[in-house]
Design a protein around this ligand. Structure first.
Ligand code: HEC
Ligand code: HEC
Length: 389
């Protein structure tokens, strides 16, 4: 009896391991484009303290500072919870009140081109100011945040170390500095390597025995992802996001009407004094401002949202800009049954109902789960010397 069980178990594990799908050359090329990981990255030229150790330490301090909200009750980490994949697990964010959108994770945020579901931010530092000023999130103000940093000895010391001078009297300058330090910290939050990355690199080296470690279900899901699912068209490159905005048929009605998505985001971007065309960009003559200058409002932007990066996606349920889909299986069902009538813009040329059967749907979920890092993204704690003036 026991012997029979052992033999069966051995056979099953051998069967489960010993296979690699016969990927075509086109599939191989498509798979290789999703790496290597971590992808190369250069400091942000619009932020002169990007990548600087002092700024990272000060930014981490601010990320966990409840007094940036006058209530003393809401901090960045209230919604971007480090041990919950840097988001909150809620459908819609809850700060001082409930917001309309789902909290985005800040993992791998340094690879973004635009920020927010609607792209209302053109830099990580400007995006980091939005929740401080939003009445439903932290409910603060420029004057309140600047006064806090000027008057608190530890924070003003952190500011001085980061920028080489104590916080100035100009509130807007201090606020921009807060954003830049917060950005420097968030740039360090990068996901670790996943089972998919090991498979992708083994494929690149033609290392058949290492490729076998990647479960067959994930391989079949990957084939759908780069092939008939056309998922890679939008979830492109090492971070599985093409940096653009699309309508994938998620309803955009909210309590008070409709969420205009990218259309509203462009308006907010253009009127934001902290955008890259404004005085706080440390690279105003440089290329970083060009994209913002050329952004143009088009009717098709209505109801478009940012393509989400998919690394660690299994850790960030619920899904979509409004948190309306509870699980990855629900997301796969959404794409499988998508109704082309609901799509506008260019969604219809990239998306058609996939009509996946049960096994194929499970395979696609297995692939998405294989994008989860093996070790946590908690940035290493820097002992650092406490900042005392
Ligand atoms: C009340 C919950 C809440 C708080 C507090 C909060 N956020 Fe967020 N965060 C969100 C939501 C919701 C979004 C999506 C916003 C949108 O689309 O308009 C978001 C988006 C972001 C993004 C953009 C991510 C991307 O992929 O584009 C960054 C960066 C960010 N937050 C940083 C911060 C920082 C820094 C703080 C603290 C100063 C903070 N957040 C505080 C809920 C919150
Ligand atoms: C036309 C571009 C496009 C294609 C093709 C596409 N996606 Fe998406 N995907 C998006 C956009 C845009 C969002 C965010 C939509 C929203 O919130 O309204 C998204 C969101 C997601 C999310 C949720 C991420 C999160 O953090 O909330 C998952 C998972 C996902 N897509 C998987 C897939 C899979 C699997 C396929 C292929 C079957 C696919 N996508 C095809 C553009 C696309």
């Amino acid at each position: 009896m026991l012997l029979r069980f052992l033999v069966l178990a051995l056979l099953a594990s051998a069967g489960a391991q010993a296979q690699v799908l016969d990927f075509t050359d086109a599939e191989r090329r498509a798979i290789l484009r999703h790496g290597p990981w971590p992808a190369p990255w250069a400091p942000d030229p619009s932020n002169r303290v990007s990548g600087a150790a002092e700024a990272i330490g000060f930014g981490e301090r601010l990320f966990f500072e409840p007094r940036l909200s006058p209530s003393g009750k809401v901090l960045c980490a209230t919604c971007h919870v480090p041990f919950r994949g840097w988001q909150d697990g809620r459908a819609r964010a809850l700060g001082l009140a409930e917001a309309e959108r789902n909290t985005q994770s800040v993992v791998n945020v340094r690879y973004n081109r635009w920020f927010g579901w609607d792209g209302a931010g053109d830099s990580l530092w400007a995006q980091s100011l939005r929740p401080i000023l939003d009445a439903r999130e932290m409910g603060g103000s420029q004057a309140q945040a600047a006064t806090l940093v000027r008057s608190d000895p530890e924070l003003s010391c952190g500011y001085a170390r980061t920028f080489g001078a104590p916080p100035p009297a100009d509130d807007a300058l201090v606020l921009a500095g807060i954003g830049k330090a917060l950005a420097a910290f968030q740039e360090t939050i990068v996901s670790g390597r996943s089972p998919f990355d090991d498979f992708r690199d083994a494929l690149a080296r033609n290392d058949f025995s290492a490729m076998k470690n990647y479960p067959l279900a994930a391989q079949r899901g990957l084939r759908i992802f780069v092939g008939r699912g056309n998922c890679s068209a939008c979830h492109f490159g090492p971070n599985f996001a093409n940096g653009e905005f699309h309508d994938v048929g998620v309803p955009f009605f909210v309590a008070g009407g409709a969420d205009p998505g990218r259309h509203g985001g462009i308006r907010k971007l253009q009127s934001n004094p902290f955008n890259l065309l404004g005085p706080h960009n440390d690279d105003r003559e440089g290329a970083s401002a060009t994209r913002t200058k050329h952004v143009a409002l088009e009717h098709r932007n209505f109801g478009e949202f940012k393509v989400a990066g998919l690394r660690n996606v299994a850790q960030s349920a619920p899904y979509m800009h409004n948190g309306s889909l509870a699980t990855l299986a629900d997301v796969v069902r959404h794409y499988s049954e998508i109704s082309p009538d609901r799509l506008h813009a260019d969604g219809e040329s990239l998306l058609k109902p996939l009509r996946l059967n049960r096994e194929e749907s499970a395979d696609l979920v297995a692939f998405l789960e294989s994008l989860t890092e093996r070790a946590s993204t908690l940035p290493p704690r820097r002992p650092g010397t406490p900042c005392r003036p």
